[in-house]
Design a protein around this ligand. Structure first.
Ligand SMILES: *Cc1c(COP(=O)(O)O)cnc(C)c1O
Length: 489
């Protein structure tokens, strides 16, 4: 494919872009229960677009020549620090998202350890299995070992004792969530803070999704345990603004207890022939758009506005939890303390329920079972969810009934799991790790995936991904994506 030799006009461009997005999920309106965060406030979107466009071309690469961006960033960080009860010593930066914030927290810990404990040559970070995948990615990118610790099988909270037992002479960082993405529960931050202090270790609290909304839930009377800089031992916190602060995507902050610690995050380079590089975050050239939009949205909604949005979110979350009690086939995992809900079923295939919901024009997010967490459906509740609660519950009931009916019909179609067993010439799923590369293509094809095109119903695929060893699943996912991002034919 080549560039059009003569450019298209504005009308053609936007017609084509509209056509391209015909099959995108709705980002607004409350039918999409993951990936998007909708305040339900039309003027917030308008304002964000305007601010983003206004600063689209400013380059945050060099804060000395775009002082507006430096000012936005320092003000946002100060607001975030105060929200998380940090003092004036807290230092931080604006990043492109939660993953970048988490990677930077691990990078800072690694470089801090190189400075204070240079004898550590194989650094380890301790993660509860509920910690976000971003920390695995950080470990992968930064050549740090991720040590996984099982969580409490009932509450899905990190097990502080088990975390302490996982500390070795190579440990550089403990990670905990407030709250976890999968189940929306808060890890025992105070206990972990005490452990971090006792062992002279850093403790990162991943508040990417919970950090912003939980202080509002506390003000609304929810019993939210302390998880922020008020807890001794907490040394850094990540908090996404593009989640519950309803800023456009590309907005997060990473905060440290003080500037000395933050200094290990920074990067400067004078060993090349070009301009002087002094980077606070991973990106070098970065648009001022997301930063300006975040500044605009936060200053527009303000504290009272966020409290109202949090109240709607809390109301919606409680209504869903109440409503789920009337659907006996569905059971909530753990005790959600935030605005995230995960539910499973022992009676019907939960992944079929997800497909049935999709057929009813809802997006709910399947999560694979892993280390004591059963396969489940995840809901991210936002302020705009409130008006959709009744509709969601009605269709969940219908979807459960449909999934039951489907199971009874026993469609007669190929059972992927059996076929997979057949690949190995056995009934179960023994060692699949030695599969030749062609086998992966075969598995993808069996699952109905051709040229990166997914079938409409994903239950079988999710089930297969779940039963395969995680390393193999990851390989399969990479093969899938490798076929997905290709030149259009
Ligand atoms: C969303 C999330 C992340 C990752 O954030 P991205 O913005 O998607 O990169 C990390 N941790 C938690 C708890 C999250 O919910």
């Amino acid at each position: 494919m080549k560039m059009p030799s003569n450019g298209m006009n504005e009308q053609q461009i936007f017609e084509q872009m509209q056509a391209y997005r015909a099959h995108d999920l709705d980002t607004h309106g409350g039918r999409t229960w993951a990936y998007v965060y909708d305040s339900g406030l039309e003027e917030v979107d308008r304002l964000a677009r305007k601010a983003n466009a206004m600063f689209l071309s400013e380059n945050a690469l060099d804060p000395t020549v775009f002082p507006s961006l430096l000012r936005f960033e320092n003000e946002l960080v100060a607001m975030a620090a105060s929200h998380l009860r940090g003092d004036s010593e807290v230092a931080g930066n604006f990043t492109s998202g939660g993953t970048e914030s988490c990677i930077l927290a691990v990078k800072t810990a690694r470089d801090y350890a190189r400075h204070v404990a240079p004898h550590i040559t194989k650094p380890e970070i301790i993660l509860p299995v509920t910690a976000h995948a971003a920390f695995h990615k950080a470990a992968h990118y930064l050549d740090v070992k991720a040590v996984l610790v099982p969580v409490d099988p009932v509450t899905y909270q990190a097990d502080a004792k088990a975390m302490e037992a996982a500390i070795t002479p190579n440990t550089i960082l403990i990670v905990a969530s407030a709250c976890s993405y999968a189940h929306g529960v808060i890890d025992p931050i105070e206990a972990l803070g005490a452990i971090a202090l006792k062992h002279n270790l850093l403790l990162h609290v991943d508040g990417c999704i919970g950090g912003f909304i939980l202080p509002y839930f506390r003000r609304l009377g929810v019993n939210v345990p302390d998880f922020d800089f008020s807890v001794p031992g907490v040394t850094s916190i990540s908090m996404d603004l593009h989640k519950y602060a309803y800023c456009p995507k590309g907005a997060s902050v990473i905060l440290y207890r003080n500037r000395t610690l933050r200094s290990f995050q920074l990067y400067a380079c004078a060993s090349w022939t070009g301009y002087t590089i002094l980077n606070t975050t991973i990106m070098s050239t970065k648009s001022g758009g997301p930063l300006a939009a975040a500044w605009a949205v936060m200053n527009h909604i303000g504290d009272a506005g966020y409290l109202r949005l949090a109240e709607q979110t809390l109301q919606a979350t409680r209504a869903i939890l109440e409503g789920l009690k009337d659907i006996p086939a569905l059971k909530v995992l753990g005790t959600p303390e935030s605005s995230l809900i995960a539910f499973y079923s022992d009676e019907v295939d939960i992944f079929v329920v997800a497909d049935e919901m999709r057929a009813r024009n809802w997006y709910v997010q399947p999560q694979l079972g892993y280390m004591g967490s059963k396969s489940n459906i995840h809901l991210t509740v936002t302020a705009a969810s409130l008006k959709r609660v009744d509709g969601l519950l009605t269709d969940l009931k219908a979807s459960v009934a449909a999934a039951k009916a489907l199971a009874e019909q026993s469609s007669g179609g190929p059972d992927l799991l059996q076929l997979l067993g057949g690949l190995n010439g056995e009934g179960g799923l023994p060692d699949l790790t030695a599969l030749p590369p062609e086998a992966f293509q075969q598995i993808l094809a069996l699952a109905g995936i051709h040229n990166g095109q997914l079938p409409e119903r994903l239950a079988q695929i999710n089930r297969v991904l779940e039963v395969l060893p995680p390393g193999l699943t990851a390989q399969l996912l990479k093969d899938f994506v490798n076929d997905l991002f290709v030149q259009p034919r």
